[in-house]
Design a protein around this ligand. Structure first.
Ligand code: ADP
Ligand code: ZN
Length: 709
């Protein structure tokens, strides 16, 4: 059996070996047994049911909660030469009948369905008359009422056990905790399922957490090493998302906003573009999440603190699904802590619930202030023991200095206490540093015994110290909403001199700037390889467009990278590249060989340049910025913009940012006469010195489209 599975793995999927538990899972399901699979994102869950589906007779039925995911899977299988379809509500009755007919004729191997579809009596009856190879239940944690992805329809999937007693069922999820696991078993009647637990470590992700100082500047520093990579930047509020997306675009990093306040169709459009185009940054609130299956997300950056390690793990986990190096980067500061603590205090819910949330936040804060390996600490929270420090996080790589903060911490706590437990960090630092300003005088705080006792530390060091005191729960944030600090019960032993305090030393800003941006992911492609790499990507993009699929469906980045490194010289060589199966070899092998041999120069073909231009213009870049980005003349950019407008790939708004009255004036000039639009030359003089001639071409092109002239 495993032999056969191995052959399918190589022939169809183009891979040489199973990863982790895949082999065992496939053997179990292919031989008719049930399975419960817990595997982290990117672990390779899909193969666990796709290979058995090909090994067994009959139709494999796959339940998946999201249409976008289904379409992606079907497109991927299609490219591999496996006949799969997704039945969803966007299909008309005609198409649905056609699919049913093809299923009856055994022409379809895999059927993807939403759960509510599957449990319709008619559908169940239809399937009962067929030979069903297996049921795969993806995202099985959706059955858990306590999880955040609960889908009531999933509850009804339990009846499959009874209706199809001889059909193997495999449930898969990337949610690790025990409670969810037991709920899946119970509700889906998987008592006889063999359980396959994988490590939840994501070894290809590099974790880094830096103290927040000037977040935008810090983010730009991080991005500078990652030009052209796709990534996600998470922020807390919608406004921040909008502002940051605009800012990044302005700075030459094409970015799109995503949050629940945007109209549905715009949100869907941004998501689609993120999947289909390369090198876009999605700036998002946590509304952007489930269903992001883009495998080559190279980084996830947090500009605000998530409220639990569960959320942090899940959000950072969207990076590097393809197994290639990826970065999880976060800037975190005292304001985050204050904000989240206040939110928690103001939230609804009973005391018990609040306590649970408080614990979760404390665990998140502990990771931020962690002095040992971040990965060890993160996995320990999920009950997984990593024997050695990972060597692949900031703490392991940079080393962490700690210092004895006992005395300064006592001073800080006394400053809080003696000033009446109601002032924010700024004022407390002023007191400690002995600053004689109006506010200090106004409250008479220059007479406090702690006034000026802290001159040995700098303002920055005091701020760090206060952040750490709050993060460790030694000081509390006031409930009133002004960010005042007060003492907490747990600081008493420290104040009484019974215990000491060892704290992490923040890196100096210049050290941070130097160290933070580099990581294996930022050096995925070396500079001497860049040109060939871009040429391979360009060919992939062209093929993807022709086939109307996302680029990674043609080949994942890992496959392109292997081509780049192993330089196959023949189709036979090409066949041994991981990810090149029989079908793709036949379809695309030759074309990629030619690029590798430098036969075709697709690197900056006109089509690519135009494609990139459209992406950048849609993202809101000005022509001057685009010219810089594409390294070509502004004149050229305008010419291409005019062409793109003419072909209705861009609106005038997207291409140019003209003042409204000026635009009106230009339009009038063109529309002055009867019939045909006059040539640009005819109106150019009127705008000489005010508007570059190239702009006129763009406006004219837009009018032509508008009036079909
Ligand atoms: P998951 O659903 O667990 O997040 P996927 O099934 O999407 O993960 O797989 C993640 C990536 O790993 C995909 O690009 C997939 O093709 C690749 N992959 C899966 N199994 C293997 C394997 N045995 N060898 C090489 N690549 C694999
Ligand atoms: Zn580590």
């Amino acid at each position: 059996m495993l032999d056969q599975a191995q052959r399918i793995l190589k022939d169809v999927f183009g891979y040489d070996a199973f990863r982790g538990n895949q082999g065992a899972i496939i053997e179990r399901v292919a031989s008719g047994g049930d399975a419960l699979v817990l595997m982290p994102t990117g672990g390779g869950k899909s193969l666990c049911y796709q290979v058995p589906a090909l090994l067994r007779e009959g139709l494999a039925v796959v339940v998946s909660p999201l249409i976008a995911l289904m379409d992606d899977q079907v497109a991927t299988l299609d490219e591999l030469g496996v006949s799969a379809v997704a039945l969803n509500s966007t299909l008309g009755p005609e198409e649905q009948r056609d699919i049913a007919e093809r299923i009856r004729r055994n022409e379809i191997k895999m059927l993807y369905l939403a759960p509510e579809r599957l449990v319709q009596p008619r559908m169940l009856a239809f399937l009962q008359r067929l030979d069903v190879a297996l049921f795969a239940i993806d995202e099985a944690h959706c059955v858990s009422q306590w999880g955040h992805d609960f889908r009531p329809e999933y509850m009804q999937l339990g009846q499959l056990a009874e209706l199809f007693p001889d059909v193997p069922r495999i449930a898969l999820t990337a949610t690790a905790d025990k409670r969810t696991r037991e709920e899946i078993v119970q509700r889906l009647h998987l008592e006889n399922a063999e359980r396959f637990l994988s490590s939840f470590d994501r070894p290809n992700i590099f974790y880094r957490i830096v103290p927040k100082e000037q977040p935008r500047k810090q983010l730009l520093g991080f991005l500078a090493e990652r030009r052209g990579d796709a990534g996600i930047v998470y922020c807390m509020s919608r406004k921040k998302v909008d502002d940051l997306a605009a800012f990044l675009t302005e700075q030459g990093f094409p970015a799109l906003p995503y949050h629940a306040g945007l109209p549905n169709d715009l949100r869907a459009y941004h998501q689609k573009r993120f999947l289909n185009e390369e090198g876009l940054i999605m700036v998002a609130t946590i509304a952007f999440g489930m269903g992001i299956d883009k495998p080559n997300v190279r980084f996830v950056a947090h500009l605000d603190l998530p409220k639990s390690l569960e959320a942090y793990y899940q959000e950072t986990g969207r990076a590097g699904r393809d197994g290639l190096p990826a970065d999880a980067w976060m800037a975190y500061g005292l304001q985050d802590v204050i904000f989240l603590k206040q939110m928690l205090n103001n939230s609804e819910g009973d005391e018990r619930h609040k306590r649970v949330e408080q614990h979760k936040l404390d665990a998140m804060l502990a990771l931020c202030e962690e002095t040992r390996c971040r990965r060890q600490s993160l996995l320990a929270y999920f009950d997984e023991l990593l024997a050695q420090p990972c060597g692949h996080c900031d703490n392991c790589v940079d080393g962490v200095q700690t210092w004895d903060a006992t005395e300064p911490a006592r001073q800080a706590l006394s400053a809080i206490y003696r000033s009446g437990q109601r002032y924010g960090v700024g004022h407390l630092v002023d007191i400690l540093l002995g600053r004689d300003n109006d506010k200090v005088r106004g409250f008479g705080h220059q007479h406090l015994s702690v006034f000026g006792v802290g001159k040995a530390l700098s303002e920055g060091e005091w701020r760090t110290l206060f952040r750490q005191l709050v993060a460790r729960g030694l000081a509390d944030v006031d409930l009133d909403g002004f960010g005042g600090l007060r003492l907490s019960d747990s600081c008493r032993p420290l104040l009484r001199g019974e215990v000491g305090l060892e704290l992490r030393r923040d890196l100096k800003p210049q050290q941070v700037a130097k160290g933070q941006s580099k990581s294996p992911a930022s050096q995925l492609v070396r500079s001497e390889e860049r040109e060939t790499w871009e040429a391979l990507r360009a060919l992939r993009r062209k093929l993807a467009e022709e086939h109307a699929v996302p680029p990674y469906v043609i080949f994942p980045d890992a496959t392109l990278l292997e081509m780049l490194r192993s330089q196959p010289a023949s189709l036979a060589d090409m066949a041994s590249v991981s990810g090149v199966g029989a079908r793709k070899l036949e379809r695309y092998g030759q074309a990629f060989l030619e690029v590798l041999q430098g036969g075709v120069d697709v690197a900056k073909s006109p089509t690519d340049l135009r494609h990139e231009l459209i992406t950048l213009a849609r993202a809101g870049m000005t022509p001057a910025q685009i010219a810089r980005q594409l390294d070509c003349s502004e004149k050229n950019v305008y010419a291409m913009l005019a062409e793109a407008i003419g072909q209705q790939q861009l609106s005038l708004d997207q291409a140019l940012d003209l003042p409204e009255d000026l635009l009106g004036e230009i339009q009038e000039a063109f529309l002055d006469g009867e019939g045909e639009l006059p040539p640009v030359a005819a109106v150019a003089e009127q705008f000489a010195g005010r508007v570059p001639e190239q702009v006129l071409y763009c406006v004219r092109a837009a009018l032509q489209v508008e009036f079909e002239l």
